[in-house]
Write a protein that binds this ligand. Structure first.
Ligand code: NAP
Length: 102
């Protein structure tokens, strides 16, 4: 049976690669993020049917509504992965970012 998976944060990094892997394994994938041109590019790359939706998780109420819309458009979701976010490297292992350890 074909399963549906949604990846929020599918425009780059971990989410993008995960979306490709899920598609390769036969999932119908719902791609979400803010950079819609990258969502469309990825849709064109995927061999399986896929969906794309602009979702900005920083706008919580709107994002929940848009996620519900995407689930409805796809006819349900078996897996939802939220891989969106930002990270900052702390190569010097500073206790307080921006200040030196002593
Ligand atoms: N890579 C690692 O080794 C690693 C290790 C541990 C933890 N993490 C964490 O895992 C997460 C993903 O890492 P990554 O390396 O895949 O990062 P990435 O390449 O920068 O990808 C981040 C993804 O999050 C999306 N995103 C950012 N803000 C968003 C928002 N407000 N609404 C919706 N989507 C948003 C981006 O899409 P848009 O910009 O198009 O919206 C993009 O698709 C980050 O939080 C990172 O800190 C990463």
């Amino acid at each position: 049976m074909i399963k549906n998976a949604i990846v929020i944060g599918a425009t780059s990094g971990i989410g993008k690669e995960l979306a490709k892997i899920l598609s390769q394994h036969g999932y119908i994938v719902g791609l979400a993020g803010r950079r819609t041109h990258l969502l469309d590019e990825l849709r064109n790359e995927l061999s399986n049917n896929s969906f794309a939706k602009h979702i900005d998780i920083s706008q919580t109420d709107k994002a929940i509504k848009q996620l519900e819309e995407l689930i409805a458009e796809m006819g349900g979701a078996d897996v939802i992965v939220i891989s969106s976010g930002v990270g900052y490297l702390n190569k010097d292992l500073q206790m307080v970012p921006g200040k030196r350890n002593h």
